[in-house]
Write a protein that binds this ligand. Structure first.
Ligand code: NAP
Length: 250
């Protein structure tokens, strides 16, 4: 597998779930990857799993100085970027009637502001002809009770791809969103604020609503990201690619 031979890829949120599976796949395809996350121990464990050709950076994508540091490391180590998978994000449960200002701000700080400045700050070292993939969610078109701030933040991400496609087309940089459905990652238990029991109930409820009858695996998202990152998708830009077992499609 050499679809990404010699490519330099940056993955935000590369220490867990979808980002980790994608980092592993990118390295298998011949890329060198740089991953960023906030927790040092998880980054080190991820690097051990990914194997060679990975660099880790500790940082928070909602902090602009951390993004400056990330791209300074990339520039020093590799000189440029070919592929950016802007994937870091999260959502916590908060029904509208109970949601706090802090909840709203945190959701948009990471998922929207973090995404915006991740891409902006990558541009000076981004190679013309490269590929940017933004992790949105099927919630960009679906109502998700209890997760309205999250769903709205992911709708914002979907528009980023439309606008940035036009802004970057002159440099032949393609920009697409990838929208996972319900994927089996640690997120449901670790970041949503649901108890283990509630998370299990939510997972079962999702599976019952999904036409394919199951949640997806992170590796199934990584395969789709690899398509968008590689020349296999050379005529694909501005799209939203849902990978959701038809959850939001029928
Ligand atoms: P995950 O397993 O919890 O992984 C999230 C990754 O992002 C971790 O590496 C985490 O590391 C990192 N991260 C979170 N906040 C960050 C921040 N502020 N700065 C830097 N890194 C940060 O979650 P996942 O399920 O793979 O989710 C990945 C993306 O897919 C997210 O954007 C999520 O919204 C989206 N998504 C997931 C699903 C799903 O069902 N799993 C569905 C639709 C969309 P640290 O915590 O150490 O920072």
């Amino acid at each position: 597998m050499t679809k990404l031979n010699g490519k330099i890829a940056v993955i935000t949120g590369g220490s867990s779930g979808i980002g980790l599976a994608t980092a592993k796949r990118f390295v298998e395809e011949g890329a060198k990857v740089v991953i960023i996350g906030r927790r040092e121990k998880e980054l080190a464990e991820a690097a051990a799993l990914i194997g060679p050709n990975v660099t880790t950076v500790v940082g928070d994508v909602s902090r602009l100085e951390d993004l400056d540091h990330l791209f300074a490391v990339v520039k020093e180590k590799h000189g440029h970027i070919d592929i950016l998978f802007a994937n870091a994000g999260a959502g916590t449960i908060a029904p509208l009637a109970e949601a706090s200002e802090a909840h709203f701000d945190k959701t948009f700080d990471v998922n929207v502001k973090g995404m915006f400045f991740t891409v902006q700050k990558a541009l000076p070292i981004f190679r013309d002809g490269g590929s940017i993939i933004l992790t949105s969610s099927v919630s960009n078109v679906k109502g998700l009770p209890g997760f309205s701030a999250y769903a709205a933040s992911k709708a914002a991400v979907r528009n980023f791809a439309r606008s940035w496609t036009l802004e970057l087309i002159g440099r032949n940089i393609r920009v697409n969103t990838l929208s996972p459905g319900a994927i089996e990652t640690p997120a449901l238990e670790t970041t949503t604020g649901l108890t283990r029991e509630q998370a299990e109930q939510a997972a079962a409820q999702f599976a019952s609503q999904i036409p394919m009858g199951r949640r997806g695996q992170p590796e199934e998202i990584a395969a789709a990201v690899t398509f968008l990152a590689s020349d296999d998708s050379s005529y694909v830009t501005g799209i939203d690619l849902p990978v959701d077992g038809a959850w939001a499609q029928v």
